[in-house]
Design a protein around this ligand. Structure first.
Ligand SMILES: O=P(O)(O)OC[C@@H](O)[C@@H](O)c1c[nH]c2ccccc12
Length: 265
């Protein structure tokens, strides 16, 4: 039986084929070189975390396979401004259309409306997507260990760092963590959501956090739904958090909620 992740990866192959047919690598590379300079993503997280506060990567997505519709008519620029005003260190913007309702045009519009660094959140399976991300202004990309073999992960990583971007490596279990630690990125995500079964469990971060050696920074991702979740995850050393659905649903108090989460301890 195919999982939701398998289905996404299947259509990503179609998207990559279409991208390769629509534009030349040379043109994309030129656009990536001409794009606005990278804003340090990992550095922005560290400056908040090193000051003892919670470094938040606040996420924008209209829907998701696990939650269904989150905020279908959302104005992504308005939400991004709420996040920035509340004190988000960075943003994560889903650019996958079929499953998350996002796109690169939203990504660009947001990037010109805020000054904090941005992760292009998508399912990366080919270096061309990384070059495309930088061409649209991305400061960081995601590599999901359960979606790639080691050699592809290394190629994607290399491509991103060559373009000056940071990389967030996502893991969900011990085996993926061991594979992730063979890559040089300082940013190691632990996804509390099982992308195969679509259930979240904060004990995932608690279990994997002790595997991180000094010099690697843990980012706890998914299922964080109030200051209590943050307080709990701080106990295992996490100071960096990726939060989407709960903040998207906070409406008029979104920006105050970001501040509350940032200061929770
Ligand atoms: O909305 P949540 O539960 O706060 O989760 C945010 C983020 O961690 C989640 O969207 C995510 C984590 N890894 C991913 C990989 C692909 C797509 C989405 C994700």
């Amino acid at each position: 039986m195919k999982t939701a992740l398998d289905r996404i990866i299947d259509y990503k192959h179609d998207e990559v084929r279409a991208l390769k047919a629509a534009c030349s690598l040379a043109d994309l590379e030129a656009a990536a070189k001409a794009a606005s300079p990278v804003r340090g993503f990992a550095a922005a997280l560290s400056s908040v975390a090193d000051a003892g506060q919670n470094a938040l990567i606040c996420e924008i997505k209209r829907k998701s396979p696990s939650a269904g519709d989150i905020l279908p008519g959302a104005d992504p620029v308005e939400i991004a401004r709420d996040y920035e005003r509340g004190g988000a260190a960075c943003l994560s913007v889903l650019t996958d259309m079929p499953s998350f309702g996002g796109n690169l045009a939203d990504f660009e519009a947001i990037r010109s409306a805020v000054s904090i660094p941005m992760l292009r959140k998508d399912f990366m399976i080919d270096p061309i997507q990384i070059i495309e991300a930088r061409a649209h202004g991305a400061d960081c990309i995601l590599i999901i260990m359960s979606a790639v073999v080691d050699s592809l992960a290394a190629d994607l990583h290399h491509c991103a760092t060559d373009l000056g971007m940071d990389v967030l490596i996502e893991t969900h279990d011990e085996e993926e963590m061991e594979r992730a630690l063979r890559l040089p990125s300082p940013l190691i995500g632990v996804n509390n959501r099982d992308l195969k079964r679509m259930v979240t469990d904060l004990t995932t971060t608690e279990r994997l956090a002790p595997m991180l050696p000094a010099g690697r920074h843990l980012v706890s991702e998914s299922g964080i739904a109030d200051p209590e979740s943050i307080i709990r995850l701080r106990k295992v050393g996490s100071r960096r958090f990726l939060i989407g659905e709960w903040l998207m649903k906070q409406g008029a108090s979104r920006s105050e909620q970001v501040t509350r989460l940032k200061l929770a301890c």
